[in-house]
Design a protein around this ligand. Structure first.
Ligand SMILES: [Cu+2]
Length: 151
């Protein structure tokens, strides 16, 4: 008798706390804007550039990129040493509280490989950005010509 009562109480408490969580407004401080992809011919990896914003009081990390339009999507950073530059994969990139992180040519970028279709300049491709707070943000990224230098 006592045990079933405790179980019932536990179930009620769990339900109550779950509801309290669900009733809270979803915290979604991260957003992405100005996304574009440089169209390069053939199988060359394409660079994706964008601005990641964080409207929250806590820093948040960008932890991944995915797209149904590419077989592989990674976070990269271009590192220059003298006249040579190379690219390194990065696991996560911090977006400061109330800050913006700019992904631009020559620095952080999305590396998009194995396109499932040829990229058409003027079209848009959705990229999905995953953040450390659990947010997934999808942005429509404009495909721009290979000669585009900035945004
Ligand atoms: Cu790269």
């Amino acid at each position: 008798m006592n045990t079933s009562r405790q179980l019932l109480l536990a179930a009620l408490l769990c339900g109550a706390s779950f509801q309290a969580f669900a009733a809270e407004p979803a915290s979604a401080p991260a957003s992405v804007s100005d996304c574009w992809i440089r169209a390069l011919p053939g199988d060359l990896p394409k660079g994706g550039y964008f601005k990641a914003h964080n409207a929250g009081d806590q820093p948040v990390n960008l932890v991944g990129i995915s797209s149904t339009a590419f077989g592989m999507a990674m976070l990269h950073q271009t590192q220059s040493q003298g006249s040579t530059s190379s690219m390194a994969m990065v696991e996560q990139v911090p977006v400061p509280a109330h800050g913006t992180l700019v992904f631009a040519p020559g620095n952080y970028h999305a590396m998009l490989e194995e396109p499932k279709q040829a990229l058409k300049v003027g079209s848009t491709i959705p990229l999905t950005f995953s953040f450390s707070n659990g947010q997934k943000v999808t942005a429509a990224c404009a495909v721009k010509s290979a000669g585009t230098m900035g945004q």
